[in-house]
Design a protein around this ligand. Structure first.
Ligand code: SAM
Length: 247
Protein backbone atom coordinates (compact mmCIF):
# COMPACT_ATOMS: atom_id res chain seq x y z
CA UNK A 1 0.00 0.00 0.00
CA UNK A 2 1.08 3.63 -0.61
CA UNK A 3 -0.21 6.79 1.09
CA UNK A 4 -1.97 9.53 -0.93
CA UNK A 5 -1.90 13.22 0.14
CA UNK A 6 -4.71 12.74 2.64
CA UNK A 7 -2.83 9.95 4.28
CA UNK A 8 -5.43 7.41 3.20
CA UNK A 9 -3.96 4.19 1.94
CA UNK A 10 -4.46 3.63 -1.77
CA UNK A 11 -3.71 0.56 -3.81
CA UNK A 12 -1.03 1.39 -6.40
CA UNK A 13 -1.32 -0.30 -9.77
CA UNK A 14 1.75 -2.39 -9.06
CA UNK A 15 -0.02 -3.59 -5.95
CA UNK A 16 -3.18 -4.38 -7.91
CA UNK A 17 -1.16 -6.54 -10.31
CA UNK A 18 0.79 -8.10 -7.45
CA UNK A 19 -2.44 -8.83 -5.61
CA UNK A 20 -3.83 -10.43 -8.77
CA UNK A 21 -0.73 -12.63 -9.13
CA UNK A 22 -1.01 -13.62 -5.50
CA UNK A 23 -4.70 -14.51 -5.81
CA UNK A 24 -3.83 -16.79 -8.71
CA UNK A 25 -1.03 -18.41 -6.71
CA UNK A 26 1.65 -16.92 -9.01
CA UNK A 27 5.05 -15.54 -8.03
CA UNK A 28 5.43 -11.75 -7.72
CA UNK A 29 8.71 -12.14 -9.61
CA UNK A 30 6.73 -12.52 -12.81
CA UNK A 31 5.98 -8.80 -12.76
CA UNK A 32 9.32 -7.79 -14.30
CA UNK A 33 8.64 -9.82 -17.45
CA UNK A 34 5.13 -8.37 -17.69
CA UNK A 35 6.49 -4.83 -17.42
CA UNK A 36 8.83 -5.62 -20.33
CA UNK A 37 5.90 -7.03 -22.32
CA UNK A 38 3.92 -3.84 -21.62
CA UNK A 39 6.84 -1.63 -22.65
CA UNK A 40 7.21 -3.43 -26.01
CA UNK A 41 3.44 -3.53 -26.58
CA UNK A 42 2.95 0.19 -26.03
CA UNK A 43 6.05 1.09 -28.03
CA UNK A 44 5.01 -1.06 -31.03
CA UNK A 45 1.44 0.18 -30.65
CA UNK A 46 2.43 3.70 -31.70
CA UNK A 47 3.45 2.28 -35.10
CA UNK A 48 1.25 -0.77 -35.64
CA UNK A 49 -2.04 -0.25 -33.78
CA UNK A 50 -1.94 -3.56 -31.93
CA UNK A 51 -4.40 -2.76 -29.12
CA UNK A 52 -7.09 -0.20 -28.28
CA UNK A 53 -6.00 -0.29 -24.61
CA UNK A 54 -3.27 2.33 -24.32
CA UNK A 55 -3.43 3.17 -20.62
CA UNK A 56 -0.43 1.46 -18.97
CA UNK A 57 -2.41 0.53 -15.86
CA UNK A 58 -5.21 -0.97 -17.91
CA UNK A 59 -2.72 -3.08 -19.85
CA UNK A 60 -1.75 -4.70 -16.54
CA UNK A 61 -5.34 -5.52 -15.60
CA UNK A 62 -7.47 -5.74 -18.75
CA UNK A 63 -4.83 -7.55 -20.81
CA UNK A 64 -2.45 -9.32 -18.43
CA UNK A 65 -4.55 -10.21 -15.38
CA UNK A 66 -7.58 -10.89 -17.54
CA UNK A 67 -5.51 -13.35 -19.60
CA UNK A 68 -4.16 -14.99 -16.45
CA UNK A 69 -7.68 -15.34 -15.05
CA UNK A 70 -8.00 -18.64 -16.94
CA UNK A 71 -5.64 -20.12 -14.34
CA UNK A 72 -8.32 -19.65 -11.68
CA UNK A 73 -10.29 -22.45 -13.33
CA UNK A 74 -7.44 -24.28 -15.11
CA UNK A 75 -4.63 -24.25 -12.54
CA UNK A 76 -2.70 -27.26 -13.92
CA UNK A 77 1.04 -26.69 -13.86
CA UNK A 78 1.98 -29.93 -15.63
CA UNK A 79 2.75 -30.03 -19.34
CA UNK A 80 -0.33 -28.87 -21.23
CA UNK A 81 -0.84 -28.07 -24.89
CA UNK A 82 -2.62 -24.74 -25.33
CA UNK A 83 -3.95 -23.19 -28.53
CA UNK A 84 -4.96 -19.51 -28.62
CA UNK A 85 -6.96 -18.56 -31.72
CA UNK A 86 -6.96 -14.90 -32.88
CA UNK A 87 -4.42 -14.06 -30.21
CA UNK A 88 -3.79 -10.51 -31.50
CA UNK A 89 -0.75 -9.22 -29.58
CA UNK A 90 -0.81 -12.39 -27.43
CA UNK A 91 -3.96 -12.50 -25.32
CA UNK A 92 -4.55 -14.68 -23.47
CA UNK A 93 -1.91 -17.15 -24.74
CA UNK A 94 1.33 -15.31 -24.06
CA UNK A 95 0.64 -14.32 -20.42
CA UNK A 96 -0.45 -17.92 -19.79
CA UNK A 97 2.83 -19.21 -21.22
CA UNK A 98 4.76 -16.75 -19.03
CA UNK A 99 2.98 -18.08 -15.96
CA UNK A 100 3.19 -21.73 -17.04
CA UNK A 101 6.64 -22.29 -18.60
CA UNK A 102 6.04 -26.04 -18.99
CA UNK A 103 3.06 -25.57 -21.30
CA UNK A 104 3.48 -25.88 -25.07
CA UNK A 105 1.66 -22.96 -26.60
CA UNK A 106 0.46 -22.36 -30.16
CA UNK A 107 -0.69 -18.87 -31.12
CA UNK A 108 -2.73 -18.40 -34.31
CA UNK A 109 -3.23 -14.94 -35.74
CA UNK A 110 -4.47 -13.75 -39.14
CA UNK A 111 -2.80 -10.32 -39.20
CA UNK A 112 0.84 -10.20 -40.22
CA UNK A 113 1.91 -7.19 -38.16
CA UNK A 114 0.61 -8.88 -34.98
CA UNK A 115 2.46 -12.06 -35.90
CA UNK A 116 5.67 -10.04 -36.30
CA UNK A 117 5.12 -8.53 -32.86
CA UNK A 118 4.39 -11.95 -31.33
CA UNK A 119 7.63 -13.43 -32.72
CA UNK A 120 9.52 -10.42 -31.37
CA UNK A 121 7.96 -10.89 -27.90
CA UNK A 122 8.79 -14.60 -27.84
CA UNK A 123 12.43 -13.67 -28.55
CA UNK A 124 12.52 -10.82 -26.01
CA UNK A 125 11.01 -12.97 -23.26
CA UNK A 126 13.17 -15.96 -24.28
CA UNK A 127 10.17 -18.29 -24.28
CA UNK A 128 10.58 -21.88 -25.43
CA UNK A 129 7.97 -24.16 -26.97
CA UNK A 130 5.84 -21.38 -28.41
CA UNK A 131 4.67 -21.78 -32.02
CA UNK A 132 3.42 -18.61 -33.70
CA UNK A 133 1.31 -19.32 -36.79
CA UNK A 134 0.29 -16.70 -39.31
CA UNK A 135 -3.03 -17.99 -40.60
CA UNK A 136 -6.76 -18.34 -40.20
CA UNK A 137 -8.27 -20.74 -37.67
CA UNK A 138 -10.72 -22.16 -40.17
CA UNK A 139 -7.93 -23.13 -42.58
CA UNK A 140 -5.41 -24.51 -40.08
CA UNK A 141 -8.22 -26.49 -38.41
CA UNK A 142 -8.50 -28.72 -41.46
CA UNK A 143 -4.88 -29.87 -41.16
CA UNK A 144 -4.62 -33.37 -39.66
CA UNK A 145 -1.68 -32.50 -37.39
CA UNK A 146 -3.72 -29.89 -35.54
CA UNK A 147 -7.00 -31.79 -35.20
CA UNK A 148 -7.89 -33.07 -31.71
CA UNK A 149 -4.34 -32.14 -30.72
CA UNK A 150 -4.72 -29.70 -27.79
CA UNK A 151 -5.60 -30.10 -24.11
CA UNK A 152 -6.88 -26.54 -23.89
CA UNK A 153 -8.19 -24.19 -26.58
CA UNK A 154 -9.07 -20.55 -26.05
CA UNK A 155 -9.98 -17.42 -28.01
CA UNK A 156 -10.69 -13.97 -26.55
CA UNK A 157 -12.68 -11.26 -28.33
CA UNK A 158 -12.60 -12.99 -31.71
CA UNK A 159 -16.22 -13.88 -32.63
CA UNK A 160 -19.66 -14.81 -31.31
CA UNK A 161 -20.00 -18.18 -29.54
CA UNK A 162 -21.26 -20.28 -32.50
CA UNK A 163 -18.28 -19.25 -34.65
CA UNK A 164 -15.87 -19.53 -31.72
CA UNK A 165 -16.98 -23.08 -31.01
CA UNK A 166 -16.65 -24.00 -34.68
CA UNK A 167 -13.12 -22.54 -34.67
CA UNK A 168 -12.04 -24.19 -31.41
CA UNK A 169 -13.64 -27.66 -31.24
CA UNK A 170 -11.75 -29.23 -34.18
CA UNK A 171 -8.46 -28.58 -32.34
CA UNK A 172 -9.54 -29.84 -28.91
CA UNK A 173 -8.79 -33.43 -27.92
CA UNK A 174 -11.61 -35.57 -26.56
CA UNK A 175 -11.82 -34.77 -22.83
CA UNK A 176 -10.02 -31.45 -23.34
CA UNK A 177 -11.40 -28.01 -22.50
CA UNK A 178 -12.37 -24.93 -24.50
CA UNK A 179 -12.33 -21.82 -22.30
CA UNK A 180 -13.91 -18.69 -23.81
CA UNK A 181 -13.68 -15.35 -21.97
CA UNK A 182 -16.82 -13.25 -22.54
CA UNK A 183 -18.50 -10.17 -21.13
CA UNK A 184 -21.81 -8.35 -21.50
CA UNK A 185 -25.32 -9.61 -22.13
CA UNK A 186 -25.08 -13.18 -23.41
CA UNK A 187 -28.52 -14.74 -23.12
CA UNK A 188 -29.25 -15.19 -26.85
CA UNK A 189 -25.63 -15.93 -27.72
CA UNK A 190 -25.49 -18.62 -25.02
CA UNK A 191 -28.58 -20.37 -26.35
CA UNK A 192 -27.07 -20.40 -29.86
CA UNK A 193 -23.68 -21.37 -28.43
CA UNK A 194 -25.10 -24.42 -26.65
CA UNK A 195 -26.74 -25.62 -29.86
CA UNK A 196 -23.52 -25.00 -31.80
CA UNK A 197 -21.55 -26.91 -29.15
CA UNK A 198 -23.74 -29.98 -29.62
CA UNK A 199 -22.97 -29.88 -33.36
CA UNK A 200 -19.20 -29.81 -32.82
CA UNK A 201 -19.11 -32.41 -30.01
CA UNK A 202 -18.76 -30.10 -26.99
CA UNK A 203 -20.91 -29.24 -24.00
CA UNK A 204 -21.00 -26.29 -21.60
CA UNK A 205 -19.49 -27.32 -18.28
CA UNK A 206 -19.15 -24.08 -16.30
CA UNK A 207 -19.86 -20.36 -16.42
CA UNK A 208 -17.49 -18.61 -13.98
CA UNK A 209 -17.42 -14.93 -13.05
CA UNK A 210 -13.89 -13.49 -13.07
CA UNK A 211 -13.04 -12.22 -9.60
CA UNK A 212 -9.70 -10.40 -9.72
CA UNK A 213 -8.55 -6.93 -8.63
CA UNK A 214 -8.95 -4.25 -11.31
CA UNK A 215 -11.43 -6.36 -13.29
CA UNK A 216 -15.00 -5.38 -12.56
CA UNK A 217 -16.84 -5.35 -15.86
CA UNK A 218 -18.71 -8.61 -15.56
CA UNK A 219 -16.15 -10.79 -17.33
CA UNK A 220 -16.92 -14.51 -17.37
CA UNK A 221 -15.14 -17.64 -18.42
CA UNK A 222 -17.23 -20.20 -20.28
CA UNK A 223 -15.76 -23.71 -20.04
CA UNK A 224 -16.82 -26.24 -22.66
CA UNK A 225 -15.81 -29.91 -22.51
CA UNK A 226 -15.02 -31.73 -25.77
CA UNK A 227 -17.02 -34.92 -25.42
CA UNK A 228 -16.29 -36.52 -28.79
CA UNK A 229 -14.19 -35.77 -31.83
CA UNK A 230 -15.45 -32.80 -33.76
CA UNK A 231 -17.01 -33.96 -37.07
CA UNK A 232 -14.61 -33.62 -40.01
CA UNK A 233 -16.70 -31.03 -41.87
CA UNK A 234 -15.87 -28.39 -39.25
CA UNK A 235 -14.51 -25.78 -39.38
CA UNK A 236 -16.21 -24.75 -42.62
CA UNK A 237 -14.90 -21.90 -44.77
CA UNK A 238 -15.24 -18.37 -43.38
CA UNK A 239 -17.86 -17.64 -46.04
CA UNK A 240 -19.96 -20.69 -45.10
CA UNK A 241 -19.69 -19.84 -41.40
CA UNK A 242 -20.88 -16.28 -42.04
CA UNK A 243 -23.73 -17.42 -44.30
CA UNK A 244 -24.98 -20.30 -42.14
CA UNK A 245 -23.79 -19.86 -38.54
CA UNK A 246 -24.13 -22.92 -36.31
CA UNK A 247 -26.80 -22.87 -33.62
N1 SAM B 1 -7.37 -12.16 -28.56
C1 SAM B 1 -6.79 -10.84 -28.58
C2 SAM B 1 -7.27 -10.04 -27.39
O1 SAM B 1 -8.15 -10.52 -26.68
O2 SAM B 1 -6.76 -8.94 -27.15
C3 SAM B 1 -7.11 -10.09 -29.88
C4 SAM B 1 -8.55 -9.78 -30.07
S1 SAM B 1 -8.82 -8.90 -31.59
C5 SAM B 1 -10.32 -8.08 -31.26
C6 SAM B 1 -9.30 -10.24 -32.67
C7 SAM B 1 -8.09 -10.87 -33.33
O3 SAM B 1 -8.48 -12.09 -33.95
C8 SAM B 1 -7.50 -10.00 -34.44
O4 SAM B 1 -6.12 -9.86 -34.20
C9 SAM B 1 -7.78 -10.77 -35.72
O5 SAM B 1 -6.75 -10.60 -36.68
C10 SAM B 1 -7.86 -12.19 -35.21
N2 SAM B 1 -8.73 -13.08 -36.00
C11 SAM B 1 -10.03 -12.86 -36.33
N3 SAM B 1 -10.53 -13.92 -36.99
C12 SAM B 1 -9.52 -14.83 -37.09
C13 SAM B 1 -9.41 -16.13 -37.68
N4 SAM B 1 -10.46 -16.68 -38.30
N5 SAM B 1 -8.24 -16.79 -37.57
C14 SAM B 1 -7.17 -16.22 -36.95
N6 SAM B 1 -7.21 -14.99 -36.38
C15 SAM B 1 -8.37 -14.30 -36.45
Amino acid sequence: MANNQTGIEVLTMTNVFQEGLQRLGLSGELEAAFLRYRQELLEWNTRFNLTAIKDPEEVMTKHFLDSLSLLAIYPQDEATTLLDIGTGPGFPGLPLKMARPRWRVTLVEATNKKVTFLRHMVDVLELEHVEVIHGRAEELGQKAAYRSAFDLVTARAVAALPALLEYCAPYCRVGGAIILPKKGELQDEMAQGKRAAAQVGAVLEADTVVDLPGINDGRRLLTWRQQKRCPEQYPRSGAAMAKRPLG
